[in-house]
Design a binder for this molecule. Structure first.
Ligand code: CTP
Length: 409
């Protein structure tokens, strides 16, 4: 996936620097070459020798080294890569990047580069949530720096919260997403993915929702991005992390989901993996509904939600070339999915059994059938990431194929 790609890895001074060694191994295993810049503080955590051994390349640390400058000047170093990765990106280095400083080789390279920059922050939770870091990250995001993580978890300083650097595999996947964007089979294509549940307010503190975790939808967004697609992910409230390299629009209700989908612009493909609540309260109360002694529980009048998939599937100039729905069924899986494909007007329907025994909702695996205009494909039980990868590959093949889709009759 990263064959021939050149990564410049800047290793700054944090305890997470040890994970950068594993990151190098993972990137090289994917076919990339890695060259390292090590800050003075970084060298307190990993040695230049380890980085050199793993990259099989010289490690750069000194801005004023006559030999380094004559062999590979710092401007050249910053331009000779396809991507600059900062891992760990410490609070100090992020602050220096935001301020545009050039007070060591790492900061100078980051100021001089004309290549995309991906940062994997790692720091104490209080440093991460400090207003200064929040503002620096905002500034860097506005300038186009892409962030992966940090994750929540136990920290080396015995505190708990966001600040742990993403795992090497997550960073490697994020790198694939960023670099795939210009070279993958879906480069230049635009996708919309919906994911997670919706929440329909009953009053300001109560809502109707469902058990959707968003794992499958988020994995599909990530898989499409890895193939170079520009992806907008419209997601209900979920605990899973934002997929790297994807634009995430957060919504609560089905009405908000529909508005966000219609605002996504011209699309090549749309995948509707969200578990949209079918009904909403006819008149959500504006204040908390109170119990009244002796009175029966209040009646809840429901009205149907808009059908996002059916709306986007309607024929017209704005219709995506390929519309994919999900059929969550607990019985007559394939027959219901075939029927649902026709009713909703989409091109493909991914049928998945969500009866409790399958553990699909919230679980890691999924058994699906792909219902197309040509027939029904039975897929084996796969991890949700694998289902996503396979679906993204099928979509890439379909969008690359010159023949037109057989629309749902
Ligand atoms: N969907 C949608 N908007 C809705 C309801 C569903 O976009 N208001 C989409 C889902 O994202 C999914 C597909 O429609 O891609 C099918 O969802 P599912 O819950 O299986 O079907 P329902 O429409 O609820 O039909 P039924 O009640 O017959 O199961």
């Amino acid at each position: 996936m990263l064959n021939g790609k050149r990564i410049l890895l800047i290793v700054a001074g944090g305890i997470a620097a040890f994970k950068s060694l594993e990151l190098i191994r993972k990137l090289r295993a994917r076919g990339a070459s890695v060259r390292c810049v090590l800050t003075d503080a970084g060298a307190k955590f990993v040695t230049p020798l380890s980085l050199q051994a793993l990259t099989e390349d010289k490690v750069y640390s000194d801005m004023f080294s006559l030999t380094d400058e004559s062999e590979m000047g710092h401007i050249q170093l910053s331009r000779d890569a396809d991507l600059v990765v900062v891992a760990p990106a410490t609070a100090n280095l992020l602050a220096r990047m935001a301020a545009g400083m050039a007070d060591d080789l790492a900061a100078t390279v980051l100021l001089a580069t004309d290549k995309p920059v991906l940062a994997a922050p790692a720091m104490n939770v209080r440093m991460w949530t400090h207003a200064a870091t929040v503002a620096n990250v905002e500034t860097l995001k506005k300038r186009g720096v892409i962030f992966v993580g940090p994750n929540d978890g136990a920290m080396a300083c015995n505190e708990f919260g966001p600040g742990r650097m993403s795992e090497p595999e997550e960073i490697a996947v994020a790198i694939e997403a960023v670099l795939g964007a210009s070279t993958g089979p879906l480069a230049g294509k635009r996708a919309l993915v919906t994911s997670g549940p919706t929440r329909e307010a009953i009053d300001p503190v109560r809502y109707i929702s469902n058990h959707s975790s968003g794992k499958q939808g988020h994995a599909i967004a990530a898989a499409l991005a890895r193939l170079g697609c520009e992806v907008t992910l419209v997601s209900g409230p979920v605990a899973v992390a934002d997929p790297p390299g994807v634009k995430v629009v957060r919504i609560d209700s089905a009405d908000e989901m529909l508005a966000a989908c219609l605002a996504a612009g011209k699309l090549d493909v749309a995948v509707f993996a969200a578990a949209v609540a079918d009904w909403k309260a006819a008149k959500p109360a504006t204040a908390k509904i109170k119990k009244k002694a002796g009175a029966p529980p209040p009646a809840l009048e429901l009205v149907p939600n808009p059908d996002v998939l059916a709306t986007v599937s309607k024929p017209g100039a704005q219709r995506p070339l390929l519309v994919v729905g999900f059929a969550a069924e607990t019985e007559n899986l394939v027959a219901n999915a075939i029927d649902k494909r026709k009713r909703k007007g989409c091109d493909w329907m991914v049928a998945n059994d969500v009866s409790p025994a399958t553990g699909t909702f919230g679980g890691e695996r999924n058994t699906v059938h792909l219902v197309t205009g040509e027939g029904v494909e039975e897929w084996p039980t796969l991890a949700k990431d694998e289902v996503a990868g396979r679906l993204a590959d099928r979509i890439a093949r379909q969008l690359g194929a010159p023949r037109t889709l057989k629309a749902a009759e």
